[in-house]
Design a protein around this ligand. Structure first.
Ligand SMILES: [Zn+2]
Length: 66
């Protein structure tokens, strides 16, 4: 389906991304990293750019009051 030859480069270190899976969604789009280290460093440095993961909270209520 997708072109296997289309290479992406790690936004942190600039190396070509050989292994899929180290992907995160940010407010500017999806980023692919070359390794888990680069991914976690980017997440730490750019916390405010990351999209909050909707799968962690499936509750429709804005707030649960007792
Ligand atoms: Zn990297």
């Amino acid at each position: 389906m997708s072109h296997p030859e289309a290479k992406e480069y790690c936004p942190l270190c600039g190396q070509p991304v050989e292994i899929p899976g180290y992907t995160i969604n940010t407010i500017t789009g999806r980023l692919r990293f070359c390794c888990a280290g680069c991914l976690s460093i980017y997440q730490l440095v750019n916390k405010e750019k990351l999209k909050t993961n909707p799968t962690t909270k499936l509750n429709n209520n804005e707030e649960i009051k007792k």
